[in-house]
Design a binder for this molecule. Structure first.
Ligand code: HPA
Length: 233
């Protein structure tokens, strides 16, 4: 089973019919859209009502694992810090830095009877999946390093200057928590980022976002691409 993790729910993909299904996990219930080989997880809930810092990431990933998902592509909206990925671009994330502050339930490895475990993060994204994606869409940018803030507020200009000094290229509020858990669950993962704004203080005096129609078109393009890359193998 393969998964796409995105912002907004869908009930059909490339002619595939997906059925809205609620999966129970030890961390809570999750609504997903399930087909024969592919499942779509809307990470903010099926009605997009959960902000990034309150998402039940453990339940989401546990639901994917319960459905037998072995490979997933996450789609992430970001702000651009460097010119690696400019507003309107889509790219593949190469690495991440987590500054979300530890306030989230971010691990399955909580010690006790299951022991103390440390999941490796030195090759966090799957190379074979990445190569499949690049072969399908050579125009994809290298989105570089994603810095994950806690949100839901946007960053100050000083914070973004600090992230730029740290070597970060794009900023968002979800990837590190989600990808860390996917790795702990043994799910091979790839992250596609699409930029919807210059981050605070970069290129523009004030943060402004690309238009809704452009955002919808980018999301549609990425979802189609994910279907193809996941269903090739
Ligand atoms: N900051 C954090 N998360 C984001 C941004 C941003 O500028 N744009 C889209 N997601």
């Amino acid at each position: 089973m393969k998964a796409i993790i995105g912002g907004t729910g869908v009930d059909s993909l490339e002619g595939l019919t997906l059925k809205k299904t609620v999966v129970g996990t030890p961390y809570g219930k999750v609504a997903l859209f399930v087909g024969d080989d592919l499942v779509f997880l809307p990470r903010h809930g099926s009605d997009h009502s959960v902000p990034p810092h309150l998402i039940n990431y453990r339940a989401n990933v546990a639901a994917l694992a319960a459905l037998g998902v072995q490979e997933a592509v996450g789609i992430y909206a970001v702000g651009s810090i460097s010119k690696a990925l400019e507003p309107g671009d889509i790219g593949i994330v190469s690495d991440f830095i987590d500054v979300s502050g530890g306030a989230r339930e971010h691990t399955f490895h909580i010690g006790g009877s299951s022991g103390v475990r440390h999941c490796a993060m030195d090759e966090v994204f799957d190379v074979a999946l990445s190569n499949r994606m690049k072969a399908l869409a050579p125009y994809l940018k290298d989105a570089g390093v994603y810095v994950c803030t806690n949100g839901p507020r946007l960053e100050t200009k000083a914070e973004i200057r600090m992230f730029a000094h740290m070597g970060c290229d794009v900023v968002g509020m979800t990837l590190a928590t989600e990808v860390g858990l996917l790795a702990e669950a043994g799910i091979r993962t790839l992250a596609l980022a699409y930029s919807i704004n210059w981050a605070a203080g970069v290129e523009q005096a004030n943060v402004s976002f690309i238009g809704d129609a452009q955002i919808e078109a980018l999301k549609e393009q990425m979802t189609q691409l994910c279907c193809k890359a996941l269903l090739i193998s």
